[in-house]
Design a binder for this molecule. Structure first.
Ligand code: HEM
Length: 365
């Protein structure tokens, strides 16, 4: 009996609980319609913004008229303010050094850097028209000498391809608005720049990895040796046609290794990582400085890279093949790297000598 009453009470309570929302909704006034525009004059106590005309951009400025343009910011304070978000610079709305950095980057760096690269291309063109391609003096023997093994070539190709991607995307980011925007238009250029920025951000770390691997593989043959000073003093005799003796790499190539791969590679990698990872809590000024150093290093790196690519393709016949399938003709080795050739012949080096049918040539034991 007691149990039946308890069950009845429970059922009544449950029923009341379920019915409550229905009753409440029936008694509630109809909800107001969702406003289609933000409340303005009828919004009770909300103060109405004074109707002040937006400031006009400075004469000659390309900014769109409105509040969010440079002249309107001039009156804002550069002093640190209270900010509840911890971190470097989070309490500073206007950072004065940013203006100096922007003027430096958009002024001398863009202008001089751009003209420097145009100058390098012009020198290469003049050199090519004047000297043409340096061909072998003697006839090729048909015996092939291994110049780069598969691992050496793969590492060189990864560096070269990532370098080209970084250089092209960096050129779009820095000079694009001067040389590409005028003929591509805003829509296309915006698309290209976003693509370039993402390519640059992701290929950067791959490039760093590839230059470390390349350094480890190639460093053993890039230490300076007696005779390198004389080679440099006469530019290796390349222009006179009487090339001076050199080992596996000549002094010019060794300079490219140390100045390009090691010094510029390190500078560009460290500054690139500072730009790639702003979440490392570096301030804006550190990133501006990193950017300036990065671009200056990039201009020199691209200039030297252009020279290197020219020598390896159009300038010295037969060099390209060493990158393609790893081999050079015996005459090429004798004329361009005579000390290395002697070492290979004498068996003091690991590189292989092959005939056209890939058999050891007579005398090669
Ligand atoms: C061959 C090597 C490289 C070249 C030639 C190069 C070139 C450039 C150039 C010209 C810019 C444009 C700077 C500007 O507009 O102010 C740039 C920006 C940048 N670089 Fe590099 N760079 C190279 C390697 C790297 C590496 C290794 C990294 C990272 C690990 C990197 C990360 C960046 C970042 C994050 C930016 C800023 C991109 C942006 O504005 O959003 N770069 N680089």
């Amino acid at each position: 009996m007691l149990k039946a009453r308890a069950r009845l009470a429970g059922a009544l309570i449950l029923g009341a609980a379920l019915a409550l929302p229905l009753v409440a909704s029936a008694q509630a006034p109809a909800s107001p319609p969702v406003p289609t525009t933000a409340p303005t004059r009828d919004a009770g106590n909300v103060p109405v913004a004074p109707q002040v005309a937006a400031p006009k951009p400075a004469a000659g400025s390309t900014a769109v008229p409105g509040w969010n343009n440079p002249p309107a910011w001039d009156s804002a304070s550069e002093r640190p303010q209270y900010a509840s978000v911890p971190g470097i610079d989070t309490n500073r709305l206007i950072q004065g050094a940013g203006r100096e950095w922007r003027e430096f980057r958009n002024g001398p760096v863009t202008r001089l850097g751009g003209w420097m690269l145009v100058g390098v291309l012009a020198i290469i063109l003049v050199l090519y028209l004047w000297k043409g391609t340096i061909r072998l003096h003697g006839p090729p023997t048909g015996r092939l000498i291994e110049r780069f093994n598969a691992v050496e070539r793969a590492s060189h190709w990864v560096v070269a391809i990532s370098f080209v991607f970084l250089a092209l995307s960096g050129i779009v980011i820095l000079w694009g608005k001067h040389i590409i925007l005028p003929w591509l238009g805003y829509g296309g250029f915006s698309w290209l720049t976003v693509l370039s920025k993402n390519i640059h951000n992701f290929v950067g770390p791959l490039f760093i990895f590839s230059i470390v691997v390349m350094f480890l593989i190639y460093v053993k043959d890039n230490f300076f040796a007696p005779g390198d000073g004389a080679w440099l003093a006469r530019a290796g005799g390349m222009l006179s046609g009487n090339e001076m003796p050199s080992g596996r790499f000549n002094a010019g190539e060794k300079l490219w290794f140390w100045i390009g791969l090691v010094i510029l590679g390190t500078v560009i990698s460290v500054t690139g990582l500072i730009l790639d990872f702003p979440n490392w809590n570096q301030g804006r000024q550190a990133m501006q400085q990193a950017n300036s150093i990065h671009v200056i290093a990039a201009v020199f790196f691209i200039a030297l890279g252009l020279g290197h690519a020219y020598m390896g393709t159009l300038m010295v016949a037969g060099a390209w093949r060493a990158m393609k399938d790893g081999y050079v003709d015996e005459t090429w080795a004798k004329e361009h790297h005579s000390l290395w050739y002697e070492d290979v012949k004498a068996g003091r080096r690991p590189e292989k000598i092959m005939t056209g049918t890939a058999q050891p040539a007579p005398g090669d034991d």
